[in-house]
Design a protein around this ligand. Structure first.
Ligand SMILES: Nc1ncnc2c1ncn2[C@@H]1O[C@H](COP(=O)(O)OP(=O)(O)O)[C@@H](O)[C@H]1O
Ligand SMILES: [Mg+2]
Length: 278
């Protein structure tokens, strides 16, 4: 059911690149205030779905609503509500951290009088105050990701969308990015929609997850519900360790997971993303 309290509703969303059905009948509801993880291997269709939700791609088939606004008919209305950190690099290496965030503040119409303060606040929220006046080109991968988070936060969005925020980062930087996302959510109550192919991270940090495979959500619930559900289907004893989210994914995706999870293009774009933050 769609209610105005839902942050995102996709109904039978479909998007194809030629013969490739990247998104293929996606049904998805993200509730206001939750951290929702859209999980799946490379090539599952996560980025394409996200780009439809952010209005960067059209909605050729099906429906997408963001806080009740139609992504097809009210693109500007939707864009004003969200902050977006794309999978690919969105910070400029030749600008300082502060200049990068200021640029987003201008683009997203943060009132001129408030801009300097809001930029400083966003940088502080991701622990970049000390590095704010250095060129972003000198930042580590984790710092670049946090800078991009600040860029998305400066407009105080109701919905923050992050596409693979931790891809290519070392474990410490990954934890730091997640801790900042969690802290910002706790402080502002904003809704977070995040994609990742790291199931362990989603298990730890997401309120609910949707497991996406071949363009569609195949299983939906809290990480604990999904893991317990698989344990029960397998007839595990109450004292057995719970299956992991990865086990759940293998169960819903079946045997097609290993040979069909992403083609060369996906591997290449993942690498490129990993390199640029490395
Ligand atoms: N610009 C594009 N042109 C052609 N095919 C694409 C393009 N972008 C994505 N695809 C294909 O669509 C499918 C879904 O890709 P994507 O949405 O990027 O998945 P994910 O983000 O889950 O890795 C893949 O098979 C991918 O190769
Ligand atoms: Mg992607």
């Amino acid at each position: 059911m769609t209610t105005t309290a839902d942050a995102v509703t996709c109904t039978q969303l479909a998007y194809a690149f030629g013969e490739t059905k990247a998104v293929d009948g996606l049904d998805l509801t993200v509730r206001e205030g939750e951290v929702f993880g859209l999980l799946g291997p490379n090539g599952a269709g996560k980025t394409t779905a996200i780009r439809c939700i952010t209005t960067l791609l059209p909605v050729p088939s099906g429906m997408v609503r963001v806080f009740g606004h139609d992504a097809a008919g009210e693109r500007m209305g939707v864009r004003r509500l969200l902050g977006y950190v794309p999978q690919q690099l969105s910070a400029d290496a030749n600008l300082t951290g502060r200049e990068n965030v200021s640029l987003f503040a201008r683009v997203f119409d943060v009132p001129r009088r408030e801009r300097a303060a809001r930029v400083s606040q966003a940088l502080a929220a991701v622990d970049l105050t000390g590095a704010a006046d250095r060129l972003a080109g000198t930042y580590s991968g984790g710092m670049v990701r946090r800078l991009e988070l600040a860029q998305a936060l400066v407009s105080a969005p109701r919905l923050l969308i992050l596409d693979e925020p931790t891809i290519g980062l070392d474990p410490i930087a990954r934890t730091s990015v997640w801790e900042h996302i969690t802290a910002v959510r706790a402080a502002t109550g904003m809704t977070v929609l995040v994609t990742t192919h790291y199931m362990d991270e989603a298990d730890q940090y997401c309120d609910r997850v949707g497991l996406m495979h071949h363009g569609r959500v195949r299983a939906l619930g809290t990480p604990a519900e999904l893991r317990r559900g698989l344990g029960e289907r397998r007839g595990a004893a109450a004292t057995d360790p719970l299956p992991t989210l990865e086990d759940v994914f293998r169960d819903v995706a079946g045997s097609g997971l290993d040979d069909q999870s992403g083609d060369f293009r996906d591997v290449r774009s993942t690498r490129r993303t990993a390199q640029r933050v490395g």
